[in-house]
Design a protein around this ligand. Structure first.
Ligand code: ADP
Length: 319
């Protein structure tokens, strides 16, 4: 293996730049040439590939987003599109590819390996929804962004003695809502993995009110339903002023936290090591604070489940 390439694909996540940097720097350290593919699989098919030097990844470890840009690419889902991608890789004499992205990007990566091209995945997504790894790059930054916003909402919620519903990202996974909710002492946390009872939420709110609580925060993962609709139901059931904030894409941006930078640095370097060791069809994962290689099939054969003990704990603590 002499020449490798790296790309970012699917939804961007803070820390992807730190992972790109780690791939380039550790690749060069091991005597490899490293190429960057711009705009994910779309750029791969089009041959948007440039050599990255040590200096190309200077001054990016602290930046959100991805300097390689990200994209979604329908053509790559076709056999013909993937053949074009492999042709481009061969034309540039690239021997191995590192794909930084979510599970969709990994499905694409696995299909490249099936065409005989060694590919390794690095989990980068704010949703933390990839089975087989305890954390994904970007999740810690996203939950820190959410709690920063909720801390501010809490100030105005207290001043006006209002109930706030905050809708956060997480179409299929409740991790962002769960961790941010626990970190923020939310009254109720609504996640797609656990059905919610409106009566229970209302009762909890009323109990708080009787204790003299000045404000209440309810966190809703977008996969559960619209925060606006849930806010309306709560208002009708309690008769209290209820406001709704939808945090949206602010959760995707921002400077990565120290945790994400360290995780991305470790994972990027591990991906290079795996390629050098002749591994393929694997993703990098962190398990019990060890960075390891795990078969893509592990990620695909399991269903992601958030840590439900946190959900139970949040309920106890917001009694
Ligand atoms: P994420 O990686 O964040 O989950 P997506 O699911 O949008 O994002 O996937 C990113 C890209 O990966 C898609 O636009 C497509 O090019 C590729 N991809 C996704 N699923 C597959 C698949 N089943 N087969 C081949 N390529 C896929």
């Amino acid at each position: 293996m002499k020449r490798i390439a790296v790309l970012t694909s699917g939804g961007d996540a803070p820390g992807m730049n730190a992972a790109i940097r780690a791939v380039v720097r550790s690749g060069v350290y091991h005597g490899l040439e490293v190429y960057g593919v711009y705009r994910g699989y779309s750029g791969l098919i089009q041959g948007d590939i440039k050599k990255l030097e040590l200096g190309s990844v200077g001054d990016i470890i602290h930046r959100g987003g991805t300097v390689l840009y990200s994209a979604r690419c329908e053509e790559f889902k076709t056999e013909e599109g993937r053949q074009k991608a492999v042709e481009q890789l061969r034309k540039h004499q690239i021997d191995g590819l590192i794909v930084i992205g979510g599970d969709g990007s990994f499905r694409g990566a696995q299909k490249l390996t099936a065409l005989g091209f060694p590919t390794i995945g690095v989990p980068g997504t704010i949703d933390n929804d990839i089975p087989g790894t305890d954390f994904t790059i970007g999740f810690d930054t996203a939950i820190n962004t959410v709690i920063e916003c909720i801390d501010k909402i809490r100030d105005t919620a207290t001043s006006h003695e209002r109930t706030y519903v905050v809708e956060v990202m997480g179409r299929d996974a409740g991790d962002i809502a769960l961790w941010a909710g626990l970190a923020d002492g939310a009254e109720s946390i609504l996640i797609p993995e656990a059905p919610y009872q409106l009566d229970e939420i209302v009762e909890r709110l009323k109990r708080g009110g009787e204790r003299g609580k000045k404000h209440s925060i309810i966190i809703v993962a977008e996969g559960v339903g619209s925060g606006v609709e849930i806010g309306e139901k709560i208002k009708q059931a309690t008769g209290w002023e209820t406001r709704v904030t939808v945090l949206g894409h602010v959760q995707r941006g921002g400077s990565p936290t120290a945790f994400d930078r360290v995780l991305a640095s470790r994972m990027g370097a591990k991906a290079v090591e795996l390629l050098l060791a002749g591994e393929r069809d694997k993703m990098v994962a962190i398990r019990d604070n060890e960075v390891v290689g795990v078969d893509f099939d592990v990620a695909f054969s399991q269903k992601h489940q958030p840590n439900m003990s946190l959900y139970e704990l949040a309920k106890i603590l917001s009694i």
